[in-house]
Design a protein around this ligand. Structure first.
Ligand SMILES: Cc1cc2nc3c(=O)[nH]c(=O)nc-3n(C[C@H](O)[C@H](O)[C@H](O)COP(=O)(O)OP(=O)(O)OC[C@H]3O[C@@H](n4cnc5c(N)ncnc54)[C@H](O)[C@@H]3O)c2cc1C
Length: 598
């Protein structure tokens, strides 16, 4: 697994756009240790045995039931993953935390509630709490004795979270903060004991506070009537002259945004893992149903169009899984190779910041993959997919919110490019020299290229060309718009889509190569999945680049750039229909995602 320190360019966040990594340096699910697999198994069994049988009552918000489920999870150590052992948690490494999140996805509403407590409801205290705050809250949060939540959004301030109106002022005697205002959409808010609340000191300085249930002047409203994840609690909360102790300020006055955004960064990564788990569940159910149901004297599974769906679901899941575990391995490698004398918590936060681009990718691609899978799942179930008696209908409703919370996918797409540009300008990531070098290469003109031969040669070529396409499109856009690039959101989104596809292409390819080198029994099917993904990604990337270039350049410059783009985007034809059929057969043989743990 990747263990190089973050300081080396190869492993920097976003470096995948300009460097190449060897297959053996990429962490894949095949590298999971027995202990990590056991964590995943424990989480999966917990959901299957304790949570799933209660779904009908959970969906109806049976009083106290969800809190009881979370507390049970706490009893077996499923809530304290992010909490260091010294504060009663499990202090899980990033890979273990990832598989834990993924395997909780058997019931989305539970997974979301878990994230609200053990992720964004815990991280602020772990990373920014004082020693007293950590000692007071973390051991009880780890066991579930105290349940927590994260309160950033307000009725008028969601994506634009810093426009919050909730205010905090110091009381005349200087002993407490007085909070006034309202928060909205608070996951776990109906039953939590500990609320991580963001408010502006004196209406100006964005800050963070710990508020306990029972504080006079603090109340929660009724449960929202939601489209999905109905089993989870989502409520507004209100502060009317709520006095909280002065020492419940979390981190520093005016530095609440650091707490808020770093926490969301961690949350986004886990959200991708929850989505991955959800997508696998839908594939499993769809595969089973496609064999049970017959039409025109055949099983649905025998029809090419059904196989195409199952195959494509597996391909997309494979790509997102390859990215998420690669990132988890990279994050863990960087954390564990850091200075052993340094403050571990601070170091972990720095590493998470380093990989904020990869966290946003996890969130966006994870949520869009599960959305694609639930949609195709409903289609495979036909009319029954539209009936609430079949779990795929609930999965369809539950999935939709993932593109909205933890930063909408629009916001995350813009963040990806914003963070890349910031790193490039600061010289942390040598994107500018790489774009200049490409410019020189383009001026020299095309060199004679021999046809690619050997295993993965075409895929390797496509990957290298895709990175050039990003530099071409991004370089042109930055040159034209400079600091105004952010105002051209459609171009930013197109560039972001290229970035995500490049990361997915490389992660899928390296995993398939690693699997081939290990002579894994699934290596051939995995190679198929990587090839099909890369083939389709090249078409998407070409289109996104064309869109961006056409909005950036014109006249002869545009004609020249489009010619260069066509040359870079050229790829040999591939029979992806046959590939999808083969992958679908691998799904159908086991009624599940065929690369589990491989
Ligand atoms: C079920 C559920 C649970 C939630 N749990 C929590 C929680 O526990 N804690 C918490 O604090 N919040 C929570 N949220 C709130 C969630 O984070 C916000 O809904 C989300 O950030 C979007 O904010 P908004 O709803 O105000 O939408 P808006 O910010 O109004 O966005 C509306 C649309 O405009 C787009 N948009 C906004 N700004 C821009 C821009 N600059 N450029 C381009 N497009 C833009 C958005 O992408 C979106 O498509 C939850 C929400 C839901 C639905």
């Amino acid at each position: 697994m990747a263990t190089t320190p973050v300081s080396q360019a190869l492993n920097r966040g976003g470096a995948f756009l300009i460097t190449s990594i060897a297959p053996e340096d990429v962490f894949t699910p095949a590298d999971l240790t027995d202990d990590q697999r056991l964590i995943g198994q424990t989480a999966e069994e917990f959901v299957a045995k304790e949570v799933v049988p209660n779904i009908p009552q959970l969906e109806l918000h049976k009083e106290g039931l969800l809190a009881q489920m979370l507390k049970k999870a706490g009893e077996i150590g499923l809530l304290g993953g992010a909490i260091p052992e010294s504060y009663g948690g499990a202090g899980l490494d990033k890979v273990s935390a990832t598989i834990l999140a993924e395997k909780l996805a058997g019931y989305a509403a539970f997974a979301v509630s878990h994230g609200g407590h053990a992720g964004i409801g815990t991280i602020p205290i772990v990373y920014f709490g004082t020693e007293e705050q950590k000692k007071k809250y973390l051991p009880k949060i780890a066991t579930g004795e105290l349940l927590s939540c994260y309160c950033l959004s307000e009725p008028q301030a969601g994506s634009d979270a810093l426009a919050a109106r909730t205010r905090a002022v110091l009381s005349p005697d200087g002993k407490s903060w007085i909070l006034n205002g309202q928060k909205m959409w608070i996951t776990n808010g109906g039953f939590a004991d500990v609320y991580i609340v963001f408010a502006k000191v004196d209406g100006e300085k964005f800050s963070c506070f710990i508020v306990e249930r029972g504080t006079p002047g603090f109340t929660n409203g009724a449960e929202e009537h939601k489209m999905g994840i109905r089993g989870s609690s989502t409520v507004p909360i209100f502060f009317e002259n709520a006095h909280i102790p002065k020492e419940n300020l979390l981190h520093e006055i005016g530095r609440g945004h650091i707490v808020a955004f770093n926490t969301l960064n961690v949350g986004r990564f886990s959200l991708g893992a929850y989505c991955l788990g959800g997508a696998k569940k839908v594939l499993e159910a769809s595969s089973k149903y496609s064999k049970e149901r017959t039409a025109f004297g055949k099983q649905l599974a025998e029809f090419g169009l059904i196989k195409a769906k199952l195959g494509e679901m597996a391909i997309r899941i494979f790509a997102v899984e390859s990215m998420i575990y690669r990132s988890a391995g990279m994050i863990e490698g960087a954390v564990s190779s850091g200075d052993s004398a340094a403050d571990k918590t601070k170091q972990a936060m720095e590493v998470l910041e380093e990989y904020a681009i990869e966290s946003s990718i996890s969130k966006v691609v994870g949520s869009e993959t599960v959305d694609f899978c639930v949609d195709e799942g409903v289609q495979i179930f036909g009319g029954y997919g539209f009936h609430e008696d079949y779990p795929v209908a609930r999965a369809y409703r539950d999935s939709r919110v993932n593109r909205i919370f933890e930063g909408t996918n629009e916001i995350n797409r813009m963040l990806i490019i914003q963070m890349l540009m910031k790193r490039a300008t600061a010289g942390i990531l040598p994107l500018i020299p790489a774009a200049k070098k490409l410019g020189e290469e383009i001026l020299v003109g095309p060199s004679f290229e021999e046809a690619a031969t050997g295993a993965f040669a075409e895929e390797e070529r496509s990957l290298a060309q895709a990175k050039k396409i990003f530099l071409l499109a991004a370089g042109t856009a930055v040159e034209k718009f400079r600091e105004k690039l952010a105002d051209n959101q459609e171009i930013v989104a197109a560039l972001s889509n290229i970035v995500m596809d490049v990361y997915a292409m490389e992660s899928s390819l390296r995993r398939a190569q690693k699997s081939a080198a290990a002579r894994s029994s699934v290596a051939a099917v995995m190679a198929d999945a990587a090839s099909a993904f890369i083939y389709d990604a090249m078409d998407r990337i070409e289109k996104e680049a064309r869109t961006a270039l056409a909005a950036t350049a014109d006249g002869d410059t545009l004609i020249t750039q489009l010619a260069v783009l066509r040359r870079f985007a050229k790829h040999a034809p591939l029979d992806t229909i046959a590939i999808r059929r083969r992958i679908a057969d691998a799904v159908l043989a086991q009624d599940r995602y065929p690369f589990e743990g491989r």
